[in-house]
Design a protein around this ligand. Structure first.
Ligand SMILES: C[S@@+](CC[C@H](N)C(=O)[O-])C[C@H]1O[C@@H](n2cnc3c(N)ncnc32)[C@H](O)[C@@H]1O
Length: 224
C-alpha cells in the first residue's frame, strides 16, 4: 500500500534496517518536507540551489535520504552528504548508509568525520545538520555544539520526546544559546527544529507552514 510520501522512496532503498517497518514510521515525512521548504526558501530568496547535509548518527541513512529527496523535490542539488556514526548500533551500517545515499544522490560527494578531520575540513560548513546519534545528555549536547560550528541554516534533533536526556540537552543548549529559535514538531519520538541564524520573528513558523504534514507543538515548553 503506497504512502504517497517519501516513505515510498525509502522502501525502495537497497539496504533496509530491521525489515521494512522502520522507514514507514512517521519520522521521515517531516524531514523531507522541512528540507524541501528550506530549499524552496533559499531558491526564492537567493537563487542558490546547492546543499550540503550532515547527520550525527546516520544508521542506514533513512534521515539523510529523506533530506536529500526533499532538497531534490525543490529543484535543489545535493553536493555533499556527510555523517558520523561509530556503528555501536549496527556494525557495517556506514557501508549500508553509503549505498542508500548513493541510490538517491549518486552525484553527491560522501564524507564522514574520519575523512573530514585529516583534510582539515572539520568543521566544514553544512547547510542542514541532523542530530540522532549518542542519546546521552552530554553526547547530544556535544553533537549540538559541533552542529552549530557547521554554520547550518537548520539543525534537526530526533527523540526530543522519547528520550528525557535528549530533551534536557536540547533545552539546556537552547538556554545557553538564546539567539537560536526552536520549534518542536509532533512525531512519535519528537523532533526539534532549530534555526541558528534567525532573521526575524516567526521565520521558523513560516517555514514550517510550507510543510503540510508538520504539526507544530510549542517549542521549549514541550521539552522542559
Ligand atoms: C537512532 S540511530 C540513527 C537513525 C538514523 N538517523 C536514521 O535515519 O535511521 C542512532 C545511530 O547513532 C550511532 N551512535 C550512537 N552513539 C554514537 C556516538 N557516540 N558517535 C557516533 N555515532 C553514534 C549508532 O551507531 C546508530 O547508528
Amino acid at each position: 500500500m503506497p504512502y504517497g510520501d517519501v516513505r515510498d522512496r525509502l522502501l525502495e532503498l537497497p539496504c533496509q534496517h530491521g525489515g521494512t517497518g522502520y522507514v514507514t514510521l512517521d519520522l521521515f515525512p517531516p524531514r523531507f518536507e522541512i528540507a524541501r521548504a528550506l530549499a524552496r526558501r533559499r531558491a526564492r530568496e537567493t537563487g542558490e540551489s546547492v546543499w550540503r547535509v550532515f547527520e550525527f548518527g546516520a544508521l542506514y541513512g533513512a534521515c539523510l535520504c529523506s533530506l536529500c529527496l526533499g532538497i531534490h523535490a525543490a529543484g535543489g542539488v545535493v553536493e555533499t552528504v556527510g555523517w558520523h556514526d561509530n556503528e555501536t548500533h549496527t556494525p557495517g551500517s556506514n557501508e549500508a548508509c553509503g549505498e542508500n545515499v548513493r541510490a538517491v544522490a549518486p552525484d553527491a560527494e560522501i564524507v564522514t568525520l574520519r575523512d573530514l578531520r585529516p583534510a582539515g575540513r572539520v568543521w566544514a560548513d553544512f547547510d542542514v545538520v541532523a542530530v540522532d546519534g549518542d542519546h546521552t545528555y552530554w553526547g547530544c549536547y556535544r553533537d549540538l555544539r559541533d552542529a552549530l560550528l557547521m554554520s547550518p541554516v537548520a539543525i534537526l534533533v530526533d527523540d526530543t520526546v522519547a528520550i528525557a536526556d535528549v530533551a534536557r540537552a536540547v533545552a539546556d543548549f537552547l538556554a545557553d544559546h538564546p539567539e537560536i529559535e526552536a520549534t518542536h514538531v509532533r512525531t512519535v519520538n519528537g523532533l526539534c527544529v532549530l534555526d541558528p541564524q534567525p532573521h526575524g520573528p516567526d521565520r521558523l513558523r513560516y517555514l514550517l507552514e510550507d510543510c503540510p504534514s508538520v504539526e507544530i507543538v510549542d517549542p521549549v515548553g514541550a521539552l522542559a
